[in-house]
Design a binder for this molecule. Structure first.
Ligand code: IMP
Ligand code: MG
Length: 334
């Protein structure tokens, strides 16, 4: 049997996918954890055994000794990849024989990074060479992992990996989010990869293998990049401060706003979401403000319960069962 559980971000990245991935790889018996899109523009913050780790390329499965695969939907920066292996080993995480790269994954070169640092400012990229690497991939002038000698020990063919063995139970961990998707995000303020469930399938996986799709959101939205996102009002600075909303890759301050219900609805529908986790309930509780944006209008709530009830009611109209909607307030668990 080949089966896939998917983790997708329903907003603009940074919703806490790393936490869900860490949680699921811990409680379920996956044979693989797959990163299916993006490069080292992503930053996944993971709390493991009381220590904080920030990974960019390597999926969370590695913390539990599960095979961790960087799929061909990603672009890979070999320098960052080796730095990360060192960082994990130094933190006591065993990586030997656990980390793999699809041989047809495209490479982020020094030239890509240099170009992105100069030209990416207009949309506020992370400067990690992501856009130029994907451009060269689709322009058919790219370099692939199998062309890089020092990556040889890590290379696998995903066809063989998924189909040659009898049982692959895969957790597919996405990067970035729906609002940053190349096609469905707010173009051109987007990333260069497919951040949806569709992006998972590009890594050699058939639609019928997908079992659960975990959508991850926050109780408010954040965005990092050049467009203006945060409305006027002190409350948004408070949310940013209390929520520690600084980019895990670049350290930039994230702009904050209320959660937009229509972005959420679109993301749930298009990703085929079966479970939703809303993170950082505790942040709004500390700030003491409860609101969403619905059809371009701010809707304020008296308190936590009325906001949660409103969200659950709306999600049920999209076909989600109440017991598959989670409100979370912990850094390291759902
Ligand atoms: P790029 O992916 O570096 O090209 O950046 C394009 C846009 O996506 C910028 O607004 C970045 O801040 C944003 N972005 C890229 N990766 C992440 C992420 O992991 N979390 C949040 N925003 C991201
Ligand atoms: Mg992140």
């Amino acid at each position: 049997m080949l089966s896939v559980d998917v983790i997708v971000d329903l907003q603009y990245g940074d919703c806490g996918k790393g936490k869900i991935s860490h949680h699921l790889s811990h409680t379920n018996t996956y044979s693989h954890v797959l990163r299916y899109n993006g490069g080292c523009n992503a930053g996944h913050t993971i709390y493991h055994k009381g220590k904080k780790f920030v990974t960019h390329h390597i999926p969370a499965g590695v913390f539990f000794g599960v095979k961790s695969v960087i799929g061909n939907g990603c672009v890979l920066d070999p320098d960052q990849f080796f730095r990360e292996i060192k960082m994990l080993e130094a933190g006591g995480v065993k990586t030997k024989g656990k980390i793999f790269i699809a041989e047809n994954t495209h490479i982020v070169t020094g030239a890509h990074k240099a170009e992105d640092k100069i030209r990416g400012g207009k949309i506020g990229t992370t400067g990690r060479g992501n856009g130029p690497a994907y451009r060269d991939k689709y322009g058919r002038t790219g370099v692939r992992a199998k062309d890089i000698k020092k990556l040889k020990p890590y290379l696998i063919n995903l066809y063989d990996e998924w189909y040659a063995k009898k049982n692959a139970h895969i957790l597919a961990e996405g990067a970035q989010g729906f609002g940053l998707d190349i096609d469905w995000g707010d173009y051109p303020f987007v990333t260069s990869s497919h951040c949806t469930t569709a992006g998972v399938l590009l890594n050699g996986l058939p639609p019928k293998a997908v079992k659960s799709v975990w959508g991850v959101a926050k109780m408010y939205e954040t965005y990092v990049g050049s467009k203006k996102f945060q409305p006027k009002g002190d409350v948004f600075n408070k949310i940013g401060d209390i929520g520690e909303e600084f980019g895990s890759t670049t350290g930039r301050r994230r702009q904050c706003n209320w959660m937009d219900m229509q972005t959420l609805e679109r993301a749930i529908n298009m990703n085929g979401v079966t479970h939703v986790v809303f993170n950082k309930v505790d942040v709004l509780r500390t700030v003491g403000a409860w609101a969403v944006i619905d059809k371009n209008k701010v809707v304020k709530f008296k308190g936590e319960k009325t906001m949660k009830d409103f969200i659950v009611k709306r999600l049920r109209t999209l076909g989600l069962a109440k017991n598959r909607i989670y409100f979370s307030e912990h850094k390291d668990r759902i």
